[in-house]
Design a binder for this molecule. Structure first.
Ligand code: HXC
Length: 510
């Protein structure tokens, strides 16, 4: 018996060493942790239970039969984050660059199946070079199976991907189908094909960082939802995110103890809106002042900054927030912000996370670049997402709600449950100047008359009461009591039941 236990320990020690000490040292020199070190940071202490530690590849081409490493380049298992079960797989770059073989794929598939069967989130830590080149089509088949499970799990369990090294091929397409992608600055890259292939095919010379670094994907492509300074920060921020998320689409959002009075008044909100209707103010300040303990987990902070998306808690329960940001592009909706917010609203709706919408939007951004880029279709994504969402929806118009953008931003007409406005709200087809120039075109040469028409328009429309008279706004509330009113609104909606007509699935304008 003693011998067997010794052998077990010995086998475990070999597996834990992955591709060997030299490659582990190289990993550390590059500022990266190993797969097991990452898992240790991500999960609660001693909660990790590993699966398939002894699995080896079965490839016999290119002399591969002589290089078998137990674990085959991926560490898989389950554990807990603040006591809640999550499934995990972490690519081990020290073993064939974390590349995916048929057996490596089987390990991931097993974890994906378990996560789906048990309705618990799955987290993938990626540091890998895609399909194992020596295995050819067997590896491609493996990816296909992984991709399929990404699709089937979508909307059922949260799927989170963290890119922690150079990732290519299948190791970017699988993350692309998950709910959130995070990257580590300066050590992680995502591309379908790397700089060398790019040079060969297109003659473009580009660095890995420019092609697929964290800045590229958080600011330009929007492929990634956030970037962190290093592996340690990435793991602790993923823990923070998981705390906001439900375990699956049938479980309620987590409710945590809270130490912030839901009736807390905030007098500073009464002066948040500047006197000049065209002056910007920081919508993030409002979000933070509404949230329990000012805790806001922002998603896609660096992309389409004219809209803010992220999670807060109200009375301890998770709420998704979408808010126009007047500090950037005056808070206009455009292609990028519509796509960003639509995806976020759909995530919230899929996982029964109530949505709070804060509105200050002068309309859709005009111009050829927007029209040629398909703003009609992309704007419609957000309209569609809000329209199909059946979760509790509370909307607060702080200032402008003009034109189509008024309808889009969780208006009453799209089944907003509570639609509040501050007294500073202006709900109209468009701003006073634009409106005057169209309906009084004949007076355009007469500045005095135009000024008078503009003032008349403002008197008539630059307020929330015309909408309130029609019931499009349920109540005009004082800014300082917003937290209390919004908390009460969501509390009253906890039993909400709303179903869309049966369909296989809608046809969102992709
Ligand atoms: C087998 C691989 C590998 C791969 C890396 N390695 N990628 N082994 N298959 N795909 C091995 C290397 O041989 C090396 O082994 C070790 O991993 C580290 O790799 P390096 O190149 O030394 O590291 P680095 O310079 O950091 O570069 C990392 C890299 C690069 C950017 C990932 O290795 C690379 O470009 N790999 C190929 C990427 C790729 O084209 N993959 C196929 C994608 S197609 P030793 O023994 O020296 O440590 C795909 C199809 C899926 O995935 C379908 C998608 C729709």
């Amino acid at each position: 018996m003693k011998d067997i236990i010794e052998e077990l320990e010995q086998r475990r020690a070999v597996a834990r060493l992955g591709g060997g000490q030299k490659r582990i040292d190289t990993q550390h020199k590059r500022g990266k942790l190993t797969a097991r070190e990452r898992i240790e940071l991500l999960l609660d202490e001693n909660s990790f239970e590993e699966f398939d530690m002894y699995v080896e590849h079965r490839c016999t081409d290119f002399g591969m039969e002589k290089t078998k490493i137990p674990g085959d380049g991926v560490v898989t298992g389950w554990g807990t984050i603040n006591g809640r079960v999550v499934y995990i797989f972490a690519k081990d770059f020290t073993v064939f660059g974390g590349s995916l073989s048929a057996t490596h794929a089987q390990k991931i598939i097993k974890i994906q199946d378990m996560a789906l069967r048990n309705r618990a989130p799955i987290i993938g830590l990626f540091d890998a070079g895609g399909a194992r080149i020596q295995e050819g089509v067997a590896a491609l088949g493996g990816y296909g199976e992984v991709f399929l499970r990404n699709v089937l799990s979508s909307g059922v369990i949260p799927q989170i991907s963290v890119i922690m090294g150079p990732c290519a091929g299948g190791d970017v397409y699988s993350p692309a189908m998950t709910d959130f992608i995070f990257m580590v600055k300066d050590s992680s890259y995502m591309f379908v094909t790397g700089p060398d292939v790019v040079k060969t095919v297109t003659n473009e010379v580009v660095t890995a960082e420019e092609l697929g670094g964290a800045m590229t994907h958080t600011k330009k492509s929007s492929v990634a939802d956030g970037a962190f300074e290093n592996d340690v920060e990435a793991m602790s921020e993923v823990r923070r995110l998981v705390d906001f998320l439900p375990l699956n689409n049938r479980s309620k959002v987590p409710v945590r103890p809270f130490f912030d009075d839901p009736s807390r008044l905030d007098d500073s909100l009464d002066t948040l809106i500047p006197d000049n209707p065209n002056a910007p103010y920081d919508m993030k300040e409002l979000i933070i002042k509404l949230a329990d303990e000012g805790d806001f987990y922002e998603i896609q902070e660096e992309y389409a900054k004219n809209i803010l998306t992220g999670f807060i808690r109200l009375e301890g329960a998770t709420v998704g927030v979408v808010a126009n940001q007047p500090m950037v592009l005056a808070g206009c909706l455009d292609i990028d912000s519509s796509r960003k917010a639509a995806r976020f609203v759909r995530f919230c709706d899929a996982f029964e996370i109530p949505v709070l919408t804060l509105v200050d939007v002068p309309g859709f951004l005009p111009g050829t670049s927007q029209e040629y880029g398909g703003v009609i279709k992309h704007g419609a994504k957000l309209l569609f997402a809000y329209g199909e969402a059946t979760v509790p929806k509370v909307t607060l118009i702080t200032r402008k709600a003009y034109g189509g953008a008024y309808d889009v931003m969780a208006s009453k007409h799209l089944r907003g449950d509570f639609n509040y406005a501050w007294p500073t709200a202006q709900i109209a087809v468009m701003g006073a100047k634009g409106a005057t120039e169209i309906i009084h075109r004949a007076d355009l040469g007469d500045a005095e008359k135009i000024a008078q028409h503009t003032a008349d328009y403002e008197d008539r429309f630059a307020n929330p009461f015309i909408a309130a008279e029609r019931g499009f706004v349920d109540e005009v509330i004082q800014p300082s009591v917003s937290r209390k009113r919004i908390c009460r609104a969501f509390a009253s909606l906890r039993g909400k039941k709303l179903e869309n007509p049966w369909k296989k699935h809608g046809n969102i304008p992709l």
